[in-house]
Design a protein around this ligand. Structure first.
Ligand code: 6GU
Length: 226
C-alpha cells in the first residue's frame, strides 16, 4: 500500500509516520507514506496557496490551482483507488471503512486548512470525504495521521504478531477485553485467576465474556449495530 498526503503543513506529519508501527512498516518496505507540501505546486511568485472567499467573510480558502496541479501530477505517476479529503463534514470514520480502505493499493489524502478548499475541488476531483469525529481540528493533518495509522496496522506484515490487528477493539464489533502482565499481584490487586491457569479454552471464554460485558456497559450502541 502507498499513501500520498498533500498538506500545507507537512512538518506536522513527520512525527506520527516515523515512529512505532507506521515507522517500522515504512522502514520494512511494507507501506510507503509520502507527505507533500502543496506549496511546491503553486505557480504564484510567493508560493501562495490560499485566497480570500468570494462573497466576503472571515478566513481564507485554499485555491484550486496548487491543489489540482498537485493531484494531477501525483495521478500521472500512479493510479489512486480514492482521492480522500479530510474534513469535519465528511463521513465519520469507523472500523468497517478502515477495513475497506486497507484493501487499496494507492490512496491520496488531501488535508484541508483555513476555512476549507474551493468547493469545485470537492465536487470534481475528490472521491471520498472523511471526518474522524464530531469536533473541529485546526487542519486535516492530524486526521490524516489517524486514518493512515488505522490503515497501516491492517496491512499484512505491519504488525509483528499477525493476529494482533484482528483482536483490536472494534475489529469483531466488540471492545477488547482487559489485559494484564507481571506482577500477578500489585498492591493487593490480583490478576484474574483464569489468566494464570493456562487453560486456553477457559481463557478464550473469559475474554469473550469480558468483551461482551464491557461492550454492553460502555458502548451498547455497538451491540445494536451488530
Ligand atoms: Cl478530517 N478535519 C478537521 N479540520 N477537523 C476534523 C476532522 C477533519 N475530523 C474531525 N474534525
Amino acid at each position: 500500500m502507498r499513501i500520498d498526503i498533500l498538506s500545507a503543513v507537512p512538518d506536522l506529519l513527520k512525527g506520527p509516520f516515523s515512529e512505532s508501527i507506521v515507522g517500522r512498516a515504512r522502514q520494512a518496505g511494507v507501506v510507503e507514506v509520502e507527505v507533500h507540501d502543496i506549496r511546491q505546486w503553486s505557480t504564484d511568485k510567493h508560493k501562495k496557496i490560499d485566497d480570500t472567499p468570494f462573497g466576503g467573510g472571515a478566513g481564507m480558502v485554499m485555491a484550486i490551482q496548487p491543489i489540482v496541479d498537485a493531484i494531477a501530477d501525483l495521478k500521472s505517476q500512479r493510479d489512486y483507488d480514492e482521492v480522500i479529503f479530510l474534513t469535519p463534514d465528511g463521513d465519520r470514520l469507523d472500523q468497517p471503512r478502515v477495513n475497506q480502505l486497507s484493501l487499496s493499493g494507492n490512496l491520496l489524502l488531501l488535508c484541508g486548512h483555513y476555512k476549507g478548499i474551493d468547493q469545485r475541488i470537492r465536487e470534481h476531483v475528490i472521491t471520498m470525504e472523511i471526518s474522524i469525529g464530531d469536533y473541529v481540528l485546526s487542519g486535516g493533518e492530524l486526521a490524516a495521521a489517524v486514518l493512515a495509522d488505522a490503515l497501516v496496522r491492517l496491512v499484512p506484515g505491519a504488525i509483528g504478531d499477525g493476529e494482533s490487528a484482528l483482536t483490536d477493539s472494534f475489529q469483531d464489533g466488540l471492545l477488547a477485553p482487559p489485559v494484564y502482565t507481571r506482577p500477578a499481584e500489585w498492591q493487593g490487586h490480583k490478576v484474574p485467576d483464569v489468566l494464570l491457569g493456562g487453560h486456553h479454552a477457559d481463557i478464550d471464554k473469559w475474554r469473550m465474556e469480558q468483551a461482551m460485558e464491557r461492550t454492553q456497559r460502555l458502548r451498547p450502541d455497538l451491540l445494536d449495530e451488530a
